[in-house]
Design a protein. Structure first.
Length: 176
């Protein structure tokens, strides 16, 4: 797996967006499992269709764990309605985590100042000077990292101050 990650990171550096047979860096969230959220405080606004969780926020969905200082969830419809289990519609439209965001998924760690998840687009965007994804010794960094779940693709962008960086070990885990 680590050798494959090194090859994929090399492709990222050489060709721009990453395309892969499997989804080693796909978005960690999905629409099929329940999402459990805990925090110090919750402000619900049915008129604006939002929940805002504040303080020691922890999100768990399957094996994915997200921690942040604040989490805002936009939802569709009435908060009292049941989700449609036949379509997998969780009614969550968008999620924004901010403040020391850490996402643990598939043995990887993503870190950023802000993270935006779009349920409709099935994308996760990591934003900030500290945006990174770490897989063992392999690392990619940028100011904007977008993971496209359905397209098995990732893009990493830099800024005027910060360039995209990738460190990978192509022979990691391989024997000589």
């Amino acid at each position: 797996m680590r050798a494959m990650m090194g090859v994929m990171l090399l492709a990222l550096l050489a060709a721009g967006p990453l395309y892969a047979q499997q989804s080693p860096l796909s978005s960690p969230l999905n629409s099929k499992e329940q999402i459990q959220i805990s925090a110090d405080r919750l402000d619900a606004d049915n008129r604006n269709q939002t929940f805002v969780f504040k303080g020691n926020v922890k999100v768990v969905q399957g094996k994915t764990i997200i921690t942040s200082e604040t989490l805002k969830v936009w939802y569709k419809g009435d908060a009292d309605q049941e989700a449609d289990a036949s379509t997998g519609d969780t009614r969550i439209r968008d999620i924004e985590a901010s403040g020391n965001v850490v996402i643990l998924f598939d043995g990887r760690t993503a870190k950023s100042d802000r993270a935006l998840y779009s349920a409709d687009q099935e994308t996760l965007t990591l934003l900030g000077e500290t945006a990174s994804i770490i897989d063992g010794k392999n690392t990619i960094k940028g100011t904007k990292i977008t993971l496209y779940r359905t397209k098995d693709r990732i893009t990493v962008e830099g800024s005027k101050k910060e360039r995209v960086e990738a460190v990978f070990f192509p022979n990691d885990g391989a024997t000589d």
